[in-house]
Design a binder for this molecule. Sequence first.
Ligand code: GLN
Length: 554
Amino acid sequence: MAKNNKRRRTCFIFVVGGVMSGVGKGIATSSIGKILESRGFNVTALKIDPYINVDAGTMNPTEHGEVFVLNDGYETDQDMGNYERFLGKSLSRENYMTTGSVYQSVIARERNLEYEGKCVEVVPHIPLEVIDRIKRAAHKDGADIAIIEIGGTIGEYQNILFLEAARMMKISRPSDTLFVLVSYLPVPNKIGEMKTKPTQYAARTLNGAGIQPDIIVARSDHPLDEKRKEKIAVYCNVKKEDVISAPDVESIYDVPVNFEKDNLSSILLKKLGLRAKSKDMGRWNSLVSRIRSFEEPIRIGIVGKYFKTGDFVLSDVYISVIEALKHAAYSVRKKLILEWLDSGDYENDAKNLKKLSEYDGILIPGGFGSRGVEGKIAAIKYCREKKIPYFGLCYGMQLAVIEYARSVALLGGANTVEIDSKTPHPVIDILPEQKERLKKKEYGATMRLGAYPALLKKDTVAASAYGKKTISERHRHRYEVNPEYIEPLEKAGLIFSGTSPDGRLMEIAELPREKHPFFLGTQFHPEFQSTPLDPHPLFVEFMKACVEKSGKGK
Ligand code: GLN
């Protein structure tokens, strides 16, 4: 072997889903990452989505869930947020791909004559591009182990080319590549027994794509018994100890701990021939056991408009906000109770506003468009006047500025041009760089996206929460506080405690502590950077104010 052949060895673990979607493949992927990281390896995680959309930015969150924004501004799937929260590190655009983005690069290369006259075909050129991207992501992150979650369920047409890529990788690097099948075992009501047959079919369908699972993670309401493990082992061609029991758990952060009950990290490392260090899950384990002990509730109301939109799962639209609130609640040793409040209720009947006093704090998350906005503004006004802790994220900050402009700075009819282009007081206006793009109807990835630095003003709520002068936070917005209105707003008492380094963009608006227990909004999305072991300082500060209110009684 060549002497200088010291290429770092990278291993690849593909995670695929069987039987049905929504059984927690993303959490399983994140948890596998966590337990391998705890054995001393540098782990990265990738998500492959089988959509034609080039990124997740153009997808309606009510259909697809939250759009998770990375530091580099890429708009991705919510699972990327889970990976970051479990691994405690930020990932980059290389870690996310869709069918659309893969085809886009292959077609661009073809137009560029990079295939030198060859016939460019779906197979092998699409899987080769996928493999290339997986390797690039692993390389960029300096990963020992890359975990790749393939979206969708086995047996769908949509993800077949990704399975093909995985199969090709296994052939070229058999000892570096593993497959984990996350399957589901139903317990039909009338039968009352856990059924393994759907999982057997899923494994067989995967075999049909030329892939044999190495590990089967068996999701179910209950833990798997020995008999079921044996059955799956026999019919799916795996060893009994390679069938991992993954019952429903109270908190998603329990999942890595549960996986380790079945020794998953050791099994994976053994299969990959990697020498394992002893486990270092101490902080994680102690957080998980502490979470179980919190009993005292803290009640937070989230005011939004997406809450009555048919049968989608709410928690998917605001997953990072919910998780960030949980992290902050853990830090103050409380059990988080979340309630979803429809902003429309405050438009039709102002009496409903009184109910806001029953909460320890109110949060308004990001949003777009006009529906429900006046209700949100009414809720903000109520929180400001009744001194209920208020935290506004992005739109929630812009609407707080509008409310303050109207009620305190007395700028009648103040609004955002997103809703009213003819407002007499456009306190929230379009970012100049977005004007041209909007004229040309270029809507994809046209917002101010990703991480930007901001400077904090001394002696403010924000500065004391962060405990530093410069921060970096992620954005996703088209509009901003209009610089022409900063002076009248400040004169009226609003404090812009965070700005872009050039002072042009307002990043945080707040009221001083002597005027309000917590009234703060951020133009950015702090929720994207909160992790269970490192809760976001602004969420923690908000939560502390909520605890104080709850202590005072209603
Ligand atoms: N609609 C607002 C804007 O585009 C806020 C966006 C958001 O909340 N993410 O600026």
